[in-house]
Design a protein around this ligand. Sequence first.
Ligand code: GDP
Length: 140
Amino acid sequence: MKERTLSIIKPDGVSRNLIGEVIRRIDGQAIKIVAMKMILMTKQQAKGFYAVHEGKPFFESVTDFMSSGPCVVMILEGEDAIKRYRKLMGATNYKDAEEGTIRREFAKDIEKNIVHGSDSRETAEFEIGYFFNKLEITGN
Ligand code: GDP
């Protein structure tokens, strides 16, 4: 079924010039990009985005990282887009990620793992609404 997911090229992906690489892989999957922009989150905004992780040992560090530089946020649309984009990203820890995935090929750290992708329809809805308003989404 056609669905939408939120993708982020994290600050390490942007600073390492991997924007084109990530987009090329998305395009290769016939997943459509229906919204895209570059943002620089404040610490507070990063905390709001990762609110589900509040209280975990890596919360301070991951929100520092996410607010340390610009990110590219995108909405992806397609059949099974949530699962398919997560497959393209690979496991959270690059060491566990399958060969050929973005994280396996480029990540150097469990935290600095290049990309984010929503993990369910419910989170996708929250995450898309966190960054985009209706006017910024094409194909509405
Ligand atoms: P994701 O959905 O695969 O991005 O993974 P999670 O939602 O579990 O975690 C969110 C983000 O927090 C990950 O992408 C990492 O950047 C970071 N993270 C997750 N687990 C750890 C950890 O054990 N240590 C550190 N330092 N960061 C972590």
